[in-house]
Structure formats: C-alpha cells, structure tokens
Ligand binder design. Structure first.
Ligand SMILES: [Zn+2]
Ligand SMILES: [Zn+2]
Length: 269
C-alpha cells in the first residue's frame, strides 16, 4: 500500500472568487482541495480553485471522486468547466447529501442547466455516478466519515482517514462556541484541520447566522480539538493579503500550528 497522503489547497477564498494584486499570496479561487491518497484521487468541493493550473494533476485520470459539502455556488462553479468531466474514459463519482428533496445531480442542475448554463449534466462525457452521503463510507482505502455542519440549508463536514493520518474539512461552519462537543469528538486529534475562518470578531456581529466562523473562534477550536496542524480557510472576499499576513502573525504568536491556508499550498500528512 502506498501511504503517501498529500493535500493540496486549490482554492481557499470564501463566498465569491476575487482577483488582483491584493490577492496573489492567498489566492482568489473558491473552495477546492485536492487529496491524493496513494493512487486514489479525491477532490473536496468544486469551487473555482478547481480551475487553477494545480488541478491539472487530475487530468487524464481514469477515476476521480468529488466530495461536495453543499451546493452553494462558491463550492460548485469549478464543476462547470472541469476538463476531466468531458473525458470519456474517466469515471467520476460525485457525493453530495440530498437536501430540500433534491439529490446530488438535481442540486448541481440548479446551477448547470439552461438558461444559466448552456448544458446540463447529460452533456458531460465522463461516466458520471451521483451518490447521497452516508455517515461513513470508503473510497478505495480511504475511510470517509461525515457530520452535519451548522450552515443555512446545511453542509457536510468530511473526515478522510488513510493509514495513520486524517484530514478534516470543515468549511461553511458556524460553531456555537469555542469547543463544540460534537465537532471536537469528530475532529479530535486529526493530522490536518481545514476550518472555516471567514470573519473577524467585529464583522461577526453583523454576520451572525450566515453560517461561518470567526478567526478567533476557529483558532480556539483548533486548540480544543487537538489538531496537529490547522489551516483556516474560506477567507472573506474582501480580505487582502496584507490583512491576512498581519492577522496570521498574531495567530502564530499564540500557536505556531495554526495558519491561514494559501491557494496552491501542499501539506503532506
Ligand atoms: Zn462557501
Ligand atoms: Zn455555503
């Protein structure tokens, strides 16, 4: 068994993609993470980070799995133009929890259907398989555990375990306090925690209930659950590189294991 477990952050921006000189260090692409566990290739979410050059590692693969947290547009826009989905010899398994009576394919077709988009999922050339999300399932040798997030309309938090290492992907999550019991039990002791950190404490006052965490609260949760290493993600679209770097210096002064995720960054577990 090949035990290489590589995690590449393709997009760490929240809500909407951004571009320009102020966003080059952390990147402007929305939620997308590439996970390579041995020969198994898994993508967490399909935001515009899926359209960055680093995603080319997936091109030509015969099998891909997409684990989608929820159907908000910032988590699906990259799906519309992802080259392997137009590749006949690729089998692509897409997992997304049934919500509001719509299964995975139907939720994607809310975005990918005329007149919003010229084709629907029947125009994809890959062998597409759409799945609901169970509490626990396996993709080859990777164990996938899931829990429900606190987010308007719902969202799925994923834990991927392979060999001795584990990755928790918890974006679009509004924790109720600094040490939420269910989440800390779920994520406890993980190797890498990717955790929503969209707002500052000041911003949160006007954004309570929007389904996102704050930088301070998420740093506290990362400590509470004993994650070996944490990257805060889903950066607010207005957050510039300069602001993120200044806030990261404060975070790191308290705990060197917590940083802000950067688009293109790779972590080997
Ligand atoms: Zn989002
Ligand atoms: Zn969302």
């Amino acid at each position: 068994m090949d035990h290489a477990f590589r995690v590449k952050l393709l997009g760490v921006r929240g809500t909407l993609p951004v571009s320009g000189d102020a966003f080059t260090r952390f990147g402007g692409g929305t939620s997308c993470v590439l996970v390579e566990a041995g020969e198994t290739c898994i993508l967490l979410d399909a935001g515009t980070g899926l359209l960055t050059p680093e995603a080319a590692a997936c091109y030509g693969k015969k099998r891909l799995t997409l684990l989608i947290s929820h159907a908000h547009a910032d988590h699906l826009l990259g799906f519309l133009m992802f080259p392997p989905l137009f590749q006949k010899d690729c089998r692509c398994d897409v997992y997304m929890k049934t919500r509001a009576g719509l299964d995975a394919r139907q939720q994607i077709e809310r975005l990918m259907t005329p007149p919003l988009w010229p084709i629907d999922t029947t125009g994809l050339k890959a062998q597409m398989q759409f799945h609901d999300v169970a509490e626990t399932f396996f993709i080859d040798g990777v164990r996938v555990d899931t829990m429900e997030s606190r987010h308007p309309g719902g969202s799925t938090i994923y834990k991927l375990s392979y060999g001795e290492a584990s990755l928790v992907y918890a974006t679009d999550y509004e924790p109720e306090n600094d040490a939420p019991d269910a989440f800390c039990a779920f994520a406890g002791g993980c190797s890498l925690l990717l955790l929503d950190g969209q707002y500052t404490e000041e911003e949160y006052e006007a954004c309570r209930g929007f389904g996102h965490s704050t930088i301070g609260r998420s740093a506290a949760i990362a400590r509470s659950c004993g994650a070996a290493c944490t990257r805060l993600v889903h950066h607010d679209p207005k957050r510039t590189d300069a602001q993120l770097l200044a806030m990261e210096a404060h975070l790191q002064a308290e705990n060197a294991r917590i940083r802000f995720g950067r688009g293109g960054e790779e972590v080997v577990l």
